[in-house]
Design a protein around this ligand. Sequence first.
Ligand code: SF4
Ligand code: SF4
Length: 83
Amino acid sequence: MAHVIINAEGCKACMLCIEFCPQGCLAISESLNSRGFHPTELGKPEQCTGCRICATMCPDVCIEVFCTPTSKTAPAPDVVAHE
Ligand code: SF4
Ligand code: SF4
């Protein structure tokens, strides 16, 4: 399961992330940020694979992607108790 966090205030609507998302998850929001841009939003979160291409492409580092390990992607880390 991937979680995409977009800093809407920092977004300048250059659309690079939208162009490069291989799943077509991202879209331009109808709302405006305080700088007058329509920021990117995650329109289809169910299609996101957590590939992080959007975060890599954003020139203003407005996108963070977090993935929760699943049995199909990576094993969950063992919990080690520290004494
Ligand atoms: S992590 Fe990958 S699939 Fe998800 S929104 Fe970003 S580019 Fe698209
Ligand atoms: S690449 Fe960054 S600045 Fe450009 S539209 Fe996407 S989130 Fe906004």
